[in-house]
Write a protein that binds this ligand. Structure first.
Ligand code: NAD
Length: 471
């Protein structure tokens, strides 16, 4: 409301005054919201604005696209600590220092325009060129576990590919998501790029996501989240990228450097309190080195629960009656979790672990808490079989500590995950301290794998018949 005038009535009055027809009027309404830095009250308006922005953006040269991406990285860098602080505070999950690292990773190691490579065929028939074109307007769904890391990484890749993007964030991370969208729009504005290339709604809901999933101006869906939303996205009738749940096993055999394996497992599992879908969710260890591994883990800020009674209390706390996870403990600190069952441990403890049976719910469920079940197996073949089983066919991530190339190959072939990390913490799989680009959208179910700019393009062919072959 502006005084006594409703904003819709005001728009209607202006349209009448300007003698605009209905179709033009829709665009005019969007223009009026253009000082909003990409944040809209209504999903339909957000999509309309992103559609207008993409049409304008399609006229831009590749060097202008690069300029926009660089400006985004520059502005985002200045706000890394704000995202990390607000992310922890708003979602109540994760660790500030790890969120700082995750944001830096997304800003620095998400590929830009350079990821788009053209291909060519030449011969007697002339020249045929293959180029990567934008899809148009992408509807992107982001999880609560990496709200702004996903927005940053998706925005860089999707815009570098020439698209605009409409975000549907998790309601639990809406404020920090709005901040990210605003900063990205400011950065684009700074280099005179189109308004509303990246948009979202102020109050995301299941209904607003459904509007996005069905909207005729959304050309592609990219869903990052649990199995429910991936299934919904894949049923949308649109081209959809599904980046779903993981339950990464870490397998340790008798040839591994056990001390290093123990440190890597604790570091990977505790990263952002186990929120990453790539983080170690269970350890499977060959019996003859199990005691040594457990002893070494205790030297790296891991706390072992040894008695049945404490383990039962922990199970009751973090699991529901149905055996699913109690979301109230997702991403919480280890000492906070233990305090709820009356045990005080030092805040420096990063991981709680317990030796359990292979069918224990901590092994089967994707906990996303710094609680690590450890299962002993007789030999590597039994370990591989169990690793494949508990990964649940997600095709997401698996980790193995071994120096036996045959065993490493055997597990990698059997488990068929998108990411397979050898002798390092799980986060090496997303480019943290390792080679290769980074992403926070790992599309196992639909097969795009570690998404990057080219994932968000259509491959097109242009044929010049009977000409321009100089062979
Ligand atoms: P979630 O599935 O609860 O939510 C993800 C997104 O989907 C949110 O934006 C949510 O609002 C939306 N959503 C969920 N159900 C919906 C419905 N019925 N209708 C419309 N929208 C709906 O997941 P989460 O708890 O936010 O995130 C954790 C999950 O995401 C874990 O399973 C984790 O493994 C997975 N994840 C996967 C990747 C990957 O790259 N593969 C990355 C991060 C997280």
């Amino acid at each position: 409301m502006l005084g006594n005038i409703n904003i819709d009535d005001m728009v209607a009055m202006i349209m009448k005054e300007m003698k605009l027809d209905v179709a033009q009027g829709k665009d005019c309404k969007v223009e009026m919201f253009n000082n909003n830095l990409g944040v809209f009250e209504n999903m339909n308006d957000a999509i309309e604005a992103a559609s207008i922005a993409q049409k304008e953006f399609s006229k831009y040269s590749l060097s202008r696209r690069c300029e926009i991406i660089e400006s985004m990285r520059e502005e985002l860098r200045k706000n890394v600590e704000a995202f990390a602080k607000m992310g922890v505070e708003e979602t109540g999950m994760g660790r500030f220092e790890d969120k700082v690292s995750k944001h830096k990773l997304a800003i620095e190691k998400t590929p830009g325009v350079e990821d788009l490579k053209s291909e060519v065929d030449t011969g007697d028939g002339g020249l045929t060129l293959y180029e990567m074109s934008p899809f148009g307007v992408i509807g992107a769904i982001a999880p609560s576990t990496n709200p702004t890391e996903t927005i940053i990484c998706n925005s860089i890749g999707m815009l570098a590919a020439g698209n605009s993007v409409v975000f549907s964030p998790h309601p639990g991370g809406k404020k920090v998501s709005v901040l990210a969208v605003e900063i990205i729009n400011k950065a684009i504005e700074k280099v005179n790029g189109p308004k509303n290339l990246v948009v979202t709604v102020k109050e995301p809901t299941i209904e607003s996501t459904n509007v996005m999933l069905k909207h005729e101006k959304i050309n592609m869906i990219c869903a990052t989240g649990g199995p429910g939303i991936v299934k919904i996205a894949l049923s949308s009738g649109k081209k959809a990228i599904g980046a779903g749940a993981g339950n990464p096993p870490a397998l340790v055999d008798e040839t591994a450097d056990i001390k290093k394996a123990a440190k890597d497992i604790v570091d990977g599992c505790s990263f952002d309190n186990n929120l990453p879908c790539t983080a170690e969710k269970e350890v499977i260890v060959v019996d003859c080195v199990a005691d040594e591994l457990v002893d070494c883990m205790k030297n790296y800020h891991a706390f072992e629960i040894k008695d049945r009674e404490t383990l039962e209390k922990l199970e009751k706390l973090v699991l529901t009656e149905k055996g699913t996870i109690n979301k109230a403990f997702v991403g919480k600190n280890a000492d906070y979790i233990m305090k709820q069952i009356g045990i005080n441990i030092d805040p420096s403890v990063k991981v709680i672990f317990a030796q359990v049976h292979k069918d224990h719910p901590f092994v089967i469920e994707e906990l996303m808490m710094p609680i690590l079940p450890i299962v002993r197996v007789k030999n590597i073949d039994e370990g591989i079989e169990l690793g494949v089983k508990v990964e649940h066919g997600n095709r997401h991530t698996a980790i193995m500590h071994s120096k036996n190339v045959d065993s490493l190959t055997k597990f990698a072939k059997a488990v068929q995950t998108t990411i397979f990390v050898k002798n390092a913490p799980s986060y090496a799989g997303i480019g943290y301290g390792s080679e290769g680009h980074s992403t926070f959208t790992i599309a196992g179910p639909t097969g795009e794998g570690l998404t990057s700019t080219k994932t968000f393009t259509r491959k097109r062919r242009c044929v010049l018949f009977d000409g321009f072959s100089i062979r």
